[in-house]
Write a protein that binds this ligand. Sequence first.
Ligand SMILES: Cc1cc2nc3c(=O)[nH]c(=O)nc-3n(C[C@H](O)[C@H](O)[C@H](O)COP(=O)(O)O)c2cc1C
Length: 234
Amino acid sequence: MSPLQNLILGLLMCCCVNSSCRVGNEYHQSPSGEDTVYLPPPVYQGEISLEQCLDSRRSHRQYSNKTTSLIKLSQLLWSAQGISDEQSGFRTSPSAGALYPFTVYLQIINVHNLSPGIYIYHTDGHFLELIKPGHFESDIADAALGQNWIKEANIIFFLTADFNVTTSVYGSRGERYVWIEAGHIAQNIYLQATSLSLGSVAIGAYWDQQINEILNLPVNLTCVYMVVVGELLP
Ligand SMILES: Cc1cc2nc3c(=O)[nH]c(=O)nc-3n(C[C@H](O)[C@H](O)[C@H](O)COP(=O)(O)O)c2cc1C
């Protein structure tokens, strides 16, 4: 193996234990006050096996109007980007070089004890920060080329990424890694949703700029992928 290949492999396997790596691209200071919602801790045992989830996972585009619990939302967020090793800061989804370029934004539509609005999920501390109160699901459905059933969901996940976090280490190949990581995260949400008897669907068809504006994203972030989650019809 050449020294360059060695270096690349080493970075990919990076055992990143220092705090700057651990926080990844957490731009936002830890907020305090009423806009902060601490989430229930994750549960490590489900009622449906992984194999059953893989077998029964489907994309669902019709939902009931039942409210989703905060416990289920917490579980979905943990499966997407939760910290699964406190010491290293490693997360539930793999990341090239443990660089973690993703930040999860959410439109909360119908979740127990949460006001509707756009939130940021903070992995460190497992809490939500409300950044824009209100219902924006109609604008989001319009930006998603009129996929109107999005409005009937309870939660919309936005997988936003800072490509520079990864390309600054891996060059242009880092772009590929960010796209791949979006798939890992979305699949975790799909499988966790299945395990919680929720319906979910990935959304790739949308106007980037419109979604980025609805979320008030800082210039370094862009929405790479969306996942919509709702309660299944009886
Ligand atoms: C990259 C990607 C983008 C997708 N975008 C959309 C979308 O915009 N709207 C939608 O309804 N489904 C979308 N889907 C879901 C697919 O339509 C769905 O996975 C496919 O029909 C297979 O069905 P299944 O997920 O139930 O197995 C997307 C899936 C992927 C992987």
